[in-house]
Every structure is written in C-alpha cells, then in structure tokens.
Design a binder for this molecule. Sequence first.
Ligand code: SAH
Ligand code: SF4
Length: 383
Amino acid sequence: MTQAWDAPAPEAGKPVRHNAAGMGRVELSALLASLGEPSWRAAQILSGLLRQRWTRWEQFSNLSKALRARLEAEVDLAWPAIVQSHASSDGSTKHVFQLADGHQIEGVHMPYAVRGSGLRPTPPDIIEEELDRVTLCLSSQVGCAMGCTFCATGQMGIIRNLSAAEIVGQVMAMLLHHGHPPDRPINLVFMGMGEPLHNFDHLMAAFATLTDAEGLAIPPRRITVSTSGLASGIERLGAFAKRPRLALSLNGTTDEHRSRIMPVNRVWNLEALAAVLGRFPLQSGERITLEYVLLKGHTDSQEDGRRLAAFARRFPAKINLIPFNPHEGSGFETPDEARISAFCQLLSDADLPVSVRRSRGQDVAGACGQLVREGQSRHPKTR
Ligand code: SAH
Ligand code: SF4
C-alpha cells in the first residue's frame, strides 16, 4: 500500500534505471523477467548480493558472462552511501547514510550483543557466547510523524518512508563498511529513525529479504521492531506466522502523562495497548520488551515504577530502561544515577526482568535523529 509520504514515483516517460541492491526475490524476479531471464535466477542474484557480498556485476561468477554484461549495462548495484561515521568510545559506530534523493538517515553498528531487551550495560558484562555477535540499529523512515516530545527524530516531522531496499541497504552498507565476517551472527533492532509500523509493508518486505535463506538468513527472533504503540500495526504484525519480535516504547504510566509526551497515546491509550499486547500471539519463551525512557521529573518516580510493574504483569514482558539521551532544545533532563538505580531496583524487586540501556555513542550525539538534525542546523540548505 502506498502512503502519502512514500518516495515520489519516477517521472512518467523517463526511463527508469533499476538498482538491484536491496531488492528481494519478488523484485529481482520481475527485473529478470523484464530482461527475458528465468525468475529462478533471483536466488542467484540474492545470494551474490547478500551472502557473497559482491558489489560489482563482474564478480557474479554464478551468472553467465552474457547476463553479467547485460546487468552491467542496464542495472545499478549501489548500496546507500555512508557519508559520516562517528566511532564512540564504547566500540559502537554511528553512521549517516545518504539516500539517492539526498535525504539522510542514521544507523548504528554495535559490535556486541544487544538483545530485543535493549543494550547491555557495558561490553564486559556481555555473556561469552554472544561476544561475537553484532547488533545493527536501523531506521525505518526519514523523520517520524509521531511527534514524541523527547525525541530528536520526532521534532523533524515525517519526510518519507524508506523503501524495503533502503532498509536492507543500511544493513549491507554497515556490514561492508566494517568488513563483517560472513559467519558472524547479526541482531537487528528497528530503534533508529522512524516508526516502523507506520511503514508496515516496506518493513515486512525488508524482513522477508533479511531472513531469506539464500541471503543473510538472519533468524526472525534476532530481529526486533520497536513501536511507539500503533495498536493496529501490532495487531497486523501478530497475524504473521514468521515475524520479528516486538518492543513497545511505553515511556509513561498514566494516560495523562503518556499523552503529554507521546501524542499517539490519544489514539491508542494504555488500556488499548494492554489489550492488544495481551492478545499478541507469543512463541514459547518469547516476551514483549517494554522500553521505558527515564526523563527527570517526568517518568522516573517510584509511583511510575509501581504502575510500570503492574502494566508489565499483564502479559509476558521484559523491561528495558533507557536513561534520556539529552539533545539541544529538548527541555528534558536525564535523572541522576541514584534515581535510575532506585527505579531499576523497584522493578527487579517486583521480580520483573529488567535491564538498563546505557546510551551507546552518547559522546557522538547518541540517540536516534540527533546527528542528522545537527547536520541540518549546520547546513540548513543541504536538504
Ligand atoms: N519509533 C520507534 C522506534 C524508534 S525510537 C519507537 O518509538 O519505539 C527507539 C527508542 O528510542 C524508543 O524507545 C524511544 O522512546 C527512544 N528514544 C527516543 N529519543 C530518545 C532520547 N533522546 N533518549 C533516550 N531514548 C530515546
Ligand atoms: Fe518517532 Fe519513536 Fe521518536 Fe516517537 S520515539 S518520535 S515514534 S522515532
């Protein structure tokens, strides 16, 4: 389904030059059909692009010389360009990608385990078996329509949805940039710019490509989608037999407080969310992650902690506390360590699985949307 904020369609009458990078089986089959080739070759191209990570058509030794030459002449193979990379002292690298239309988005490469529950406190705390794991934080939109008051991306407004190819492109651009070994396991979290369930069809198309056995073959349980609480999208996601894991950004424990910082709560309030999450069909051992941003004086009281615990008991949940990552002009502050610990302790005393996400890359303008927004204010005419 096309949304009003999807990328503009190509101009009528102009020849379209296709870019195969990021295409899934369906698009590759259609592309091959347009070249008079059989659709089963889609699996060969997918394998070359994602598993072999070939970046030039001449490398596709699984295709005939004639087809390679034709692809070279007619089809592009270009992943999104990384135009800025900011390495943080914790080992993570935040990347800014430039899309074909000039818009910019952010993604983060974290060479350690980040589960659906969020980032673990510090690299040495990571359990051994997961040390070889890499987590990539991905964007789903340019900007975001949800307008959460504490979020830098929310303050940009929505510019457009990312295509499925642009979502897959972020993964491949980061793997290529970091020389990621093919056998090293990958976790994906949709916790960058944008509301993934607002871009549902492209998200699920990208999910199909990222989990495709011919390509990266990422197990679905290693992919987590974080939503601000679009109940209709959560319901839709639950209907898929093969789907990513779910995280809900709760961030408020009364409708009054939550609506003040997350306008979406005026459409789907806490009761509506609890109902839809209670119905969400979970696999054995699966839990829904509740992300909870700690904003000094707004969401960090002991009463909030007790209400959060009560909410989390209504379905299998784990809680991920995220101390606010400050950015200019937000008007919010981060609670001090003692207050964060007391909040965490209350939940752990209530026997709820809880972790605190330390802001990765805080020293490089950490949370989502902050680098792109800084760039915008420095170069207002570039976008
Ligand atoms: N739109 C989706 C996913 C992207 S935001 C969502 O809202 O869930 C990913 C997470 O970052 C959310 O839990 C959000 O509450 C949190 N977040 C946004 N801005 C933040 C900031 N400045 N500091 C800490 N967490 C932030
Ligand atoms: Fe959008 Fe998520 Fe930011 Fe809210 S927190 S504005 S939903 S990116």
